[in-house]
Write a protein that binds this ligand. Sequence first.
Ligand SMILES: Cc1cc2nc3c(=O)[nH]c(=O)nc-3n(C[C@H](O)[C@H](O)[C@H](O)COP(=O)(O)OP(=O)(O)OC[C@H]3O[C@@H](n4cnc5c(N)ncnc54)[C@H](O)[C@@H]3O)c2cc1C
Length: 459
Amino acid sequence: MRVAIAGAGLAGLSCAKYLTDGGHTPLILERRDVLGGKVAAWKDADGDWYETGLHIFFGAYPNMLQLFKELGIEDRLQWKEHAMIFNQPEIPGTYSRFDFPNLPAPINGVIAILRNNDMLTWGEKISFAKGLIPAMLQGQKYVEEMDKYSWSEWMKRQNIPVRVEKEVFIAMSKALNFINPDEISATIILTALNRFLQEKNGSKMAFLDGSPTERLCEPLVDYITKRGGEVRLNAPLKEFLLDPAGHVSGFSIRGDNGATDEVVTADAYVSAMPVDPLKTMLPTPWKQMEFFQKLEGLEGVPVINLHLWFDRKLTEIDHLLFSRSPLLSVYADMSNTCRGYADPDRSMLELVLAPAKDWISKSDREIVDATLAELEKLFPQHFGSENPAQLLKSHVVKTPRSVYKATPGREQYRPSQQTPISNFYLTGDYTKQRYLASMEGAVLSGKLTAQAIIAAARA
Ligand SMILES: Cc1cc2nc3c(=O)[nH]c(=O)nc-3n(C[C@H](O)[C@H](O)[C@H](O)COP(=O)(O)OP(=O)(O)OC[C@H]3O[C@@H](n4cnc5c(N)ncnc54)[C@H](O)[C@@H]3O)c2cc1C
């Protein structure tokens, strides 16, 4: 069966990969001239890569890890020691660590929390543990029911001191969805905590050894094309064409550089676009259907990814860092963490700026200047001195609508991969699957969509 897929992000690529495994022939049509969507990356004139986002792979990503195995590229994941490292704003230039010993879950997580006395007092740890008891006893059902509360509301209901939120969960909430605890749904944080506490290596982190476009998306394309599939860049879906019965009869693809539009036909059709462009493209008859109307409840959240190259090493830490800065979320010195970007003499910091709603329309210069002011606090030893670190160059990548904003009540709007249109499917991190809007969620959604198409073809 020939399947047309609009979008070459991880979901579209994963869907195509698993369709070829099932003996089908996918044709991916990607709007841009680069693979990967939210993991896309570009090379600048000096040959340095810059990326849409600083991307971390977790031990709790079974479908992603399976995909690496199936592609034969597992050695490209650079696993870091099992720890979470936070900056301590009150003692600039110092770090607080949660180190997970090599013991089964949840003992390793409990020991990691108990051993850290910089961030939480014993009383705070105990009241947090007590607050988690319903989630531990009732599991996923409880976690999903808590979607009606923000994380701040949930903590208040569980009588957990506000300081716990400030110390740990502002950083976690910004890392998971680029928003603060008073906005994020409690389901998101509880889901992550569940994975991290229930799976021994759930919170263990890996960096890819180079750009995701080259090191992950290209092997996927090779796999797909070797099995008869095709991936076309610069091929934007302009319109879903419908037959009189309301099924999709073709994808209208906008012609490149004034060329006429092209109609691509297939046996089944998949949208692997993010939810925001999909919503703008729904054919009129679909707008009357509850299934598609629900998409209105989902909207991408803004985020900014910065790359700063310095004239010296700012840190030797080979790990992700939670900045605990009001402006920034997580960051890493990629010259330490990523083989492909390694530099023994100079740092390249990749930093996520979130929440970004007040910054997304500002100039790159303003964003870089504000970030440098934050770095003076994080690395006082390198900026306060007579010979301060010099910024050699920078790249700023803005994503005005990234993953869907996971505020309370969003779960009910996430659609299944199957739609009321029998030959039309959805895939993407926002569709219903048990992982958050993440790379794992995107890969799993692609697999679920492929499974649904394969099952329908067999029926
Ligand atoms: C700054 C940042 C940091 C992140 N950090 C992490 C992390 O550490 N760990 C993690 O797991 N996840 C992280 N994520 C989330 C992760 O990147 C996404 O969840 C995932 O990549 C989404 O994949 P997707 O295929 O669902 O969507 P997308 O990647 O958005 O792919 C959709 C594709 O559709 C294409 N498209 C759009 N319109 C059209 C059209 N008209 N015709 C054809 N194609 C079209 C787009 O160009 C794009 O290629 C991060 C995201 C960002 C932005």
